[in-house]
Design a protein around this ligand. Structure first.
Ligand SMILES: [Fe+2]
Ligand SMILES: [Fe+2]
Length: 193
């Protein structure tokens, strides 16, 4: 298999498969794994943006990811992780501004994700085009760039701080909330959560 094909197969696998449910018992690891998938999404969007001949399989994988996996992740953060972190953070952590910024970015990303979903669905239907000069390409690149910066901030500041500040109870609650959001019963996994 050529390197390009290998990269494509790996990207399709990563976008198509959420982390295993058992990993929900370590919710911060689960979020970190989702961030990796989002980086793969960004690379896929950059590739798709400049293609004159759209890669339909990759577009379908991107659409599925944006429709199924993207929203729950933002809810994990906005409804659960961020409020917990605000409660537990010390004043010297100065986390309020960072969380405020990340929440604003989520709002912008939601809008872009909706436009991207609509645009790529039209490409699949033959009613819109990608390619360097297209308006869709600009949108895809913008989203990818914003999202990479967002992920860097969350991986560098939010997750390390959460590992220090959240209590064992917080982590259990976070696990349960994230599992419920995905219709997973943690007890059935036989985990001590
Ligand atoms: Fe995130
Ligand atoms: Fe986020």
């Amino acid at each position: 298999m050529k390197k390009q094909e290998e990269t494509e197969v790996l990207a399709l696998e990563t976008l198509g498969n959420a982390p295993p449910s058992s990993q929900l018992s370590e919710p911060l690891d689960y979020i970190f794994a989702e961030h990796f998938r989002q980086r793969v999404l960004c690379n896929a969007l950059d590739e798709i943006a400049d293609q004159e001949q759209p890669d339909r399989q990759m577009i379908e994988a991107v659409l599925r990811f944006l429709r199924v996996d993207f929203a729950p992740h933002m809810l994990d953060e906005e409804h659960d992780l961020f409020p917990m972190l605000r409660r537990r953070a010390e004043p010297e952590d100065r986390i309020d501004d960072v969380i405020g910024q990340l929440t604003q970015e989520h709002a912008a990303d939601r809008l872009d994700a909706k436009l991207i979903t609509e645009g790529l669905a039209k490409v699949l239907a033959g009613k819109a085009v990608t390619g360097v000069a297209s308006s869709l390409a600009k949108l895809l690149h913008r989203f990818a760039e914003n999202e990479r910066n967002h992920l860097t901030l969350e991986n560098a500041i939010i997750l390390p701080l959460a590992r220090i500040r959240l209590t064992a109870d917080d982590v259990r609650n976070l696990a349960q909330r994230m599992a419920a959001r995905r219709g997973v019963d943690l007890k059935e996994l036989g985990d001590a959560v």
